[in-house]
Design a binder for this molecule. Structure first.
Ligand SMILES: *[C@@H]1O[C@H](CO)[C@@H](O)[C@H](O)[C@H]1NC(C)=O
Ligand SMILES: *[C@@H]1O[C@H](CO)[C@@H](O)[C@H](O)[C@H]1NC(C)=O
Length: 434
């Protein structure tokens, strides 16, 4: 207790004298998950995701192969007026066999409402809140989560903020081939992920590819099914969704992105469908950052950036959120390696708390497009207040207090000249050409 007080005083006085003397906390231990006996039909690892207008996908796992993929739900507790039946899958990976993984879409659901539900006809009751139909809406964002004491700290802080949708730009469980860690990750995030939609895209730690033995993204695709069919995509690795006036695109850094790829044609088609009157805000998430002045992972995103950045600029993307680098960085609006008022703001937020620790070496001098950079664990919150304004804040998990360390008002490009560029403008041409 006393030690804590002394530490706190030291921290406060350090912060007061020189912000640059901030002492970064070291990585924390991996969480241990004591084995507990569960009935084989008990629903585990419950999480929800948006699945098209007014619909939500409920995903969970049971050890029993006979448990039905049914979700009962309603607007008052223990009174389930509705039921939906879904599908199930399972996979094996080396000697590991997964449980039965259920995916059941429920709806139509009212906006901004509380629903009570249970999975498989038994087990505990869960509660979820649907997002609002229009602004304001709040997104929580954290990448590179893992399952350490720092992850827990990040999740606790996210749990304290009032958010509607959680978005993860890749690297979820850090299972790294040990499949039971996907199960413990599911258990760790269930309290949050069963209550608000978790929208994820994949990172390198989701790949788990073993040449000639195991395909890429086997466990990720089986467990974290996202609304790719609902958004006209052929792959769970890239998709989009619309919520409360925001069009959000999830891209894959580890699947083909060149001009002739499925992902590229899908992205182009998806951007062409965006209507900035219906969704004045346009957001994009993927794992490997395109603007990164940390020494870690320098230039890894260059090829994808070269292929896809003109499309994003032509469509007037407001904000790009990436992970991968275990630190936080925010840029000016940028395009083609320079500040550009019609480019996107890029934020790297790969500091959710994984076991690999922080990346704290930076390229000097700080590039002209880089506004704020710091290596600390934390999470971000994006509160879109109306068609033109959004408030972004980054919260550092400092000494177990979520300290707000960076904040900025963002304005949407939907009201600006950028979207009215002439058809002979190079990025515009790329978006329009068949
Ligand atoms: C159960 O829900 C229905 C429909 O939502 C409602 O009409 C009914 O009054 C509820 N019953 C109880 C006991 O709460
Ligand atoms: C949007 O919100 C900002 C910030 O609160 C405010 O200054 C602006 O007037 C609002 N715009 C509209 C159209 O309500």
């Amino acid at each position: 207790m006393e030690l804590n007080v002394v530490l706190l005083i030291m921290l406060v006085s350090c912060a007061a004298t020189a912000a640059t003397d901030y002492v970064r906390p070291p990585p924390r231990a991996t969480l241990s998950f004591p084995w507990s006996k569960k009935r084989s039909s008990e629903p585990q690892q419950v999480h929800i995701s948006l699945a098209g207008e007014k619909h939500m996908r409920v995903s969970w796992t049971t050890n029993s192969k006979h448990s039905p993929s049914v979700v009962e739900y309603g607007t008052s507790s223990k009174n389930y007026s509705f039921a939906s039946k879904g599908e199930s899958t399972s996979y094996s990976y080396f000697l590991y066999s997964s449980g039965k993984i259920h995916h059941t879409v429920i709806g139509p659901l009212e906006h901004n409402s509380l629903y009570y539900y249970r999975c498989g006809g038994e087990g505990p009751e869960f509660q979820l809140k649907t997002p609002p139909s229009w602004f304001p809406i709040t997104f929580a964002v954290a990448g590179d989560l893992g399952q350490t004491e720092w992850t827990k700290s990040t999740l606790d802080h996210i749990n304290q903020c009032k958010y509607d949708v959680h978005m993860i730009p890749g690297d979820l469980s850090y299972a790294d081939y040990l499949q039971h860690r996907w199960d413990t990750f599911g258990e760790l995030v269930q309290p949050l992920a069963s209550a608000r939609p978790w929208m994820v895209t994949q990172g390198n730690h989701e790949k788990e590819y073993i040449p000639m033995l195991e395909d890429s993204f086997k466990s990720y695709n089986s467990r974290w099914k996202m609304p790719y069919q609902e958004s006209g995509s052929v792959s769970n690795l890239f998709y989009s969704f619309e919520v409360a006036g925001a069009h959000v695109i999830m891209l894959g850094s580890y699947t083909d992105y060149d001009k002739y790829s499925d992902q590229y044609s899908w992205l182009k088609a998806d951007l062409t469908k965006v209507d900035r009157k219906r969704t004045p805000w346009l957001l994009v998430l993927f794992h490997v950052p395109w603007y990164n002045s940390n020494e870690a992972h320098q230039h890894e995103g260059d090829d994808m950036k070269a292929a896809m950045e003109p499309l994003l600029r032509a469509a007037g993307v407001d904000l790009v959120l990436a992970g991968h680098v275990h630190a936080y960085e925010r840029t000016n609006r940028a395009y083609n390696g320079r500040s550009d008022p019609c480019g996107a703001v890029h934020i790297t937020i790969g500091d959710g708390g994984n076991r690999e620790g922080l990346a704290n070496k930076y390229v000097d001098p700080q590039p002209e497009w880089s506004i704020f950079r710091e290596a600390s664990f934390g999470h971000g919150e994006l509160r879109i207040v109306n068609t033109s304004h959004a408030y972004w804040s980054w919260h550092r998990n400092d000494d177990d207090e979520a300290v707000r360390s960076d904040q900025v008002w963002l304005t949407s490009l939907s009201g600006l000249e950028c979207l009215n560029e002439k058809a002979d403008h190079e990025p515009r041409k790329m978006l329009l050409e068949p």
